[in-house]
Design a protein around this ligand. Sequence first.
Ligand code: ATP
Ligand code: MG
Ligand code: MG
Ligand code: MG
Length: 476
Amino acid sequence: NNRTKIKSILDAGETGREVTVMGWVRTFRNNQFIALNDGSTNNNLQVVVPLGLADDDTLKRITTGASVKVTGEVVPSIGKGQSVEVKANSIEILGDSDAEKYPLQPKKHSLEFLREIAHLRFRTNTFGAVFRVRHSLAFAVHQFFNERGFVYLHTPIITASDAEGAGEMFKVTTLPLNSAPTLEDGSIDFKEDFFGKSTNLTVSGQLEGELGAMAFSDIYTFGPTFRAENSNTTRHLAEFWMIEPEMAFYDLEDNMNLAEEFIKYLINYVLQNNADDLAFLDQRLAEEEKSKPQAERNEMGLLEKLRFVVDNNFERITYTEAIDILLQSPAYKKKKFKYEVKWGIDMQSEHERYLVEKHFKKPVIVINYPEGIKAFYMRQNEDSKTVAAMDILAPGIGEIVGGSQREERLDKLISRMEKMHVPVAEMSWYLDTRRFGSVPHAGFGLGFERMVQFVTGMTNIRDVIPFARTPQNCEF
Ligand code: ATP
Ligand code: MG
Ligand code: MG
Ligand code: MG
């Protein structure tokens, strides 16, 4: 297979050489010009089919969606939009496509429609760009941590622990349903369904990650995470990917510094490596903005926003300050918030977005949350009301990172677990890290899809994961 990728032909702009390209036809004009795409870039390669090269039957089969193989010479292009094109010497149809039935017509489709044909949407410019950016971000995640000596630790997907205590777990069943142990009412007894044990799909790899940090100093995990979110928001999925670094000898401030550096690194990486795709997404968003009423439009374009974020420090405030800002905001006074605002609430997306988009106009790190709304493992502050938590809030989304300094003091940890009804005896393995050589440590979780949303400007989380899993969507 001596195929050349379209991106490399267009990037090199070198003429005079012979290439073989394969891809899918986007359009075929005047029985002569094919716009060919192979997924390496959104920029189609123009293939010119000289008169007389192909017979009528072949020409008829060059339809939108069909796959073709072309061998030809790279020549300068006189047409607009590209510097080179390929003049075909031979053309072969690899797979036919009935243009009448092909769901992707050469026009702009709505994101809602494309969600219904999610199995084909990779072939559109928007999703081509989004998923190449997603790929680059994933690659940059590993590069960032590898450069800093972190060990990539694979935490389990099937686990007996519930890190968050939020009751959003999917239970695991191993037995054929008709022979699974059942309760009196006939429902499955999940309590002992994993070979006699109760297990669930992981909601976070953190607790296992802490065990790694207590040996390797710095680890990260990056894998799928599952939450039975029975809500229909633009930032929640039932299956999402999370990046969770965990660092020994770190306090809350070290943790914030690493998280901010990490986010900026990821953005810089795509600015440098996905310029074409970001330019396309920037344009796409600009058009979408035009259709909104003036008051709802974003002040910055996508690229402008990304450059601003890497060039400026994130705002850092305490939870108490955040609540004060909300209580004094015009939005609060005009009763614009749907959810209640008072000290002690778990901030909703509308509150988080107000802080970022209207008040500070930049990403915000909020620290020291009330202990009652945060998980058991977070470190108690001196005030005994708050814990050393940190959330990072981003424009357009709200929370993208949740993290904390962990409670390293055994007695304090146990008393908090008891207070929050976390089974202390069952978590003896976890407590061993505090019994034997406990050290201050911290970590955070970055929701990967929320990061992809942030970087691509896509508003719905369903549009930044190849196969979205939501209560309404699990067809394949
Ligand atoms: P939210 O308040 O949005 O429900 P959370 O506080 O429950 O998020 P954490 O337990 O702090 O989430 O998880 C760490 C990160 O994982 C979040 O900051 C977010 O980026 C991401 N995340 C959490 N739940 C989801 C989900 N259902 N779908 C996609 N990403 C998620
Ligand atoms: Mg949640
Ligand atoms: Mg939250
Ligand atoms: Mg959180």
